[in-house]
Write a protein that binds this ligand. Structure first.
Ligand code: PLP
Length: 347
């Protein structure tokens, strides 16, 4: 079978998690939403649980249900979209902690699952999710009486350490939560790097587990190798791919690889990306199509079975820079057709 191979180095993930843990004195959790940023939530979470992680976060209740099956009883699993309509059974059956996002969810949760653990999200200025200050004032007595497991805020500009929004949100979080005896979390990867003022009781790194920006000191953990399924020689003036997107300037050897935009290789990378044959760069030529890309391998003495799109010479962040996006989008777009392999992570 000639599918692309996505390899995740679970030891690198664990080392990244440990390095982020050591930046603070608090508990370090792990965010494994969107199937562990496209890499495999079950494998990432199991490796981190073995390394000592006890608190996990996902975006949706059904992601939480799958994660509970992977982890078994014990670790806490928080749902960042809170308690949405229709979620009660999944939250109860899989022992998930909804992070309530607003007054409507507080009402829904207290009505549907009055004795079930929950957390609360507080809006300190991002204006995406969470109770705003006035809503919190009105509801805090009721919420606190239910003994929330966690109070969460999210930073809008944590990847810009000098942005004044960081300190502003921190001050609002203190004003909303100081003296209430709440267990608190404020920092994703970027917030961890801002320093201990932002750490509170628990941090929530996601992207940093993969050694991607903003955790640029981390260790890249992902490799994506794409299979060469055909090689052909073209002569000057022949064209390659849709819209005749590339015209051979002379005699060239073109390799066709089995992955395309349906697999997360953005079409905007047409004519721009570089693949790697070991240490040798090979330019992508012509358009990215749905299932295939074409690569100039004229200069290779031998065409290997696979070329790397993400690997030692090109991180997800490097590829993101070429595509005009961020590493998060590159990773989470990695499609279901790749064979996922895991190295390391043994107990
Ligand atoms: C996605 C997310 C995280 C993880 O963010 P990273 O930047 O990937 O570390 C943490 N908290 C919330 C609320 C999130 O949505």
């Amino acid at each position: 079978m000639a599918s692309g191979i996505l390899t995740l180095d679970l030891d690198a993930v664990t080392r990244n998690w440990t390095a982020l843990s050591r930046m603070g004195d608090c508990e370090t959790g792990a965010v494994v939403k969107a199937d562990g940023y496209g890499t495999g939530a079950a494998q990432v979470a199991r490796a981190l649980a073995r390394a000592g992680a006890r608190s996990f976060f996902v975006a949706l209740a059904h992601e939480g249900a799958a994660l509970r099956r992977a982890l078994g009883a014990g670790p806490s699993i928080h749902v960042l979209s809170g308690h949405m309509a229709g979620d009660a059974d999944a939250l109860r059956d899989h022992d998930l902690i909804p992070m309530l996002t607003g007054p409507d969810q507080v009402a829904r949760h207290f009505e549907a699952l009055p004795d079930h653990a929950f957390g609360v999200q507080l809006d300190t200025g991002m204006n995406r999710l969470g109770l705003k200050e006035a809503e919190w004032q009105a509801l805090s007595d009721k919420v606190l009486a239910g003994k929330p497991a966690l109070a969460l805020m999210h930073l809008a500009c944590a990847d810009e350490p000098d942005h004044p929004m960081n300190a502003r949100q921190l001050a609002v979080f203190h004003r909303m939560t100081d003296g209430l005896g709440l267990r608190r979390t404020a920092a994703a990867t970027g917030g961890i790097l801002l320093g201990k003022d932002y750490h509170f009781d628990l941090t929530r790194p996601g992207i940093g587990l993969y050694g991607a920006a903003p955790f640029v000191a981390g260790e890249p953990a992902v490799r994506l190798s794409l299979p060469v399924i055909q090689v052909r020689d073209v002569t000057e003036g022949e064209t390659v791919g849709y819209s005749c997107g590339w015209i051979a300037p002379g005699s060239h050897r073109i390799a066709t690889l089995a992955a395309g935009y349906a697999d997360g290789i953005f079409r905007s990378l047409s004519g721009k990306a570089t693949l790697w044959a070991g240490d040798t760069p090979c330019p992508l030529v012509g358009r990215v199509s749905m299932d295939l890309i074409t690569v100039d391998v004229t200069h290779l003495p031998q065409v290997p079975d696979r070329l790397d799109l993400i690997g030692p010479h090109q991180t997800a962040d490097d590829l993101a820079a070429v595509a005009g996006t961020i590493g998060y989008e590159i990773l989470t777009a990695l499609g279901p057709r790749y064979e996922r392999r895991y190295s390391g992570g043994a107990a």
